[in-house]
Write a protein that binds this ligand. Structure first.
Ligand SMILES: Cc1ncc(COP(=O)(O)O)c(C=O)c1O
Ligand SMILES: [Zn+2]
Length: 408
């Protein structure tokens, strides 16, 4: 049994029934899951959470899966919010927290979205799943599809981080490397999907990945004892985490779990691909395609996000902002985070530290504000990027295989 009442288009508000596969609304808008919150409010008070396991599935009443037997879980969610005291001191602030999503299965927060989406694919009887991805979503889909015994078809840019290519192949996915960016990958999935019988699990083109991602917002609320922090920094590509957390806050307010106050939602992008920052600064409701996108933060190389209007809405409604940081700033900040706090971040997450430093210094945030920085992925998945800071000059691992005699 699930508490889902229907799906609703985020653009034109048309309703769709549950229980069958859906991609976008006929108007092209992303569909969002709506729940019978009045019933959850009565039947699932937040005190019930205390006894539940520390994965994102502890919030099952606010997730779309009807039959618990369909849940595909590798232990996603339940990541710590770590008080970054030493790093905070270097910014003269006392309440800096890092939500470390690098500790998820497959080393990124994409695990949450794909655990939920693949579970729903299983529930709806979909067996062949396809995804265009900047890298980490591909790895996560490949892992969860493997765990569910489903096919995964992956389309990634040719220069995706090595870890993403290797993990997808190891998980048994069919991988196509595309000479282009994520938009080009998306076009290939759309073109071939129908004849191949693939279900398209692209960002926001199906309604369930965002439901998994929204659990980050539920966890922040629970970890801050239902009194949300003053600001949340999130490295935004497609923006699903940000939109998902915003949705979670609305649902929790209706459940009576939190009040009306919201954190400032702060989107962090790479200077080499910052369509949301540009749209925010111009006062636009949608973004324009960013040409010549380039950054080492692979997950932020998204020239045009389908949910741009939802991200911009949440940023503005929360009195937040959008900030672009350079690749050099990300690497500097990430090295500082690692050496002061013992957290080895993805460049995307490291960007949040650089952005926070700037917004504290400029007075946008008060030194006493409780601020959560999302490290969305593990630094271990970005060894090429980090090796530009910490190089070594040695041969490959190939010569160790089979116990060859050449000593190093
Ligand atoms: C590590 C990391 N951070 C952030 C993002 C951006 O995520 P979203 O599409 O939810 O904005 C990605 C997307 O690939 C990612 O892999
Ligand atoms: Zn619509």
């Amino acid at each position: 049994m699930s508490y889902v009442s229907h799906l609703e288009c985020s653009a034109c508000h048309k309703h769709y029934p549950t229980g069958q596969p859906h991609n976008l609304c006929e108007c092209g808008g992303p569909l969002l899951v709506r729940y019978r919150l009045d019933r959850i409010r009565v039947e699932f008070p937040r005190e019930r959470l205390a006894a539940l396991p520390r994965t994102m599935w502890r919030y099952a009443p606010l997730l779309p899966v009807g039959n618990p037997g369909n849940v595909v879980s590798l232990g996603e969610g339940g990541t710590p919010s770590i008080h970054a005291e030493r790093l905070g001191k270097s910014m003269s602030v006392g309440n800096l927290w890092v939500k470390d999503e690098g500790l998820n299965p497959t080393g990124s927060f994409k695990a949450r979205g794909l655990s939920c989406a693949v579970s729903m694919c299983r529930e709806l009887g979909l067996r062949k799943l396809a995804i265009p991805s900047a890298g980490n979503a591909a790895g996560a889909l490949a892992a969860y599809a493997a765990a569910a015994g489903l096919e995964s078809h992956i389309f990634m840019p040719i220069d995706v981080p090595q870890a993403n290519l290797v993990e997808c192949r190891a998980f048994g996915a069919t991988v196509t490397l595309v000479n282009g960016l994520i938009g080009d990958c998306a076009r290939m999935v759309a073109e071939r999907g129908k004849s191949e019988g693939w279900f398209d699990v692209s960002t926001l083109k199906e309604p369930y990945r965002i439901e998994g991602k929204k659990t980050m917002g539920l966890e922040v609320a629970e970890q801050f004892e239902w009194d949300l922090p003053e600001a949340i920094f999130y490295p935004a590509g497609g923006g699903v985490g940000l939109i998902g957390m915003w949705k979670a806050f609305e649902e929790m307010e209706q459940l009576g779990w939190i009040g009306a106050r919201r954190p400032k939602m702060i989107a962090v992008q790479a200077a080499g691909c910052a369509p949301i920052v540009r749209a925010f600064e111009r006062g636009d409701t949608k973004s324009e395609v960013w040409h010549d996108a380039h950054t080492i933060a692979a997950g932020l190389r998204v020239p045009k996000a389908l949910g741009d209007f939802l991200m911009l809405e949440a940023i503005r409604a929360s009195d937040g902002t959008a900030v672009a940081v350079s690749d050099a700033e990300m690497l500097d900040a990430g090295a500082e985070l690692a050496s002061t706090e013992g957290i080895f971040a993805a460049p995307e997450g490291a960007g949040c530290i650089a952005a926070a430093r700037r917004l504290f210094a400029g007075g946008f945030l008060k030194p006493s504000d409780r601020v959560v920085l999302f490290n969305t992925g593990s630094g271990y998945k970005y060894l090429e990027a980090w090796s530009t800071r910490f190089p070594r000059h040695a041969a490959s691992e190939q010569d160790k295989l089979g116990g060859l005699i050449t000593p190093r």
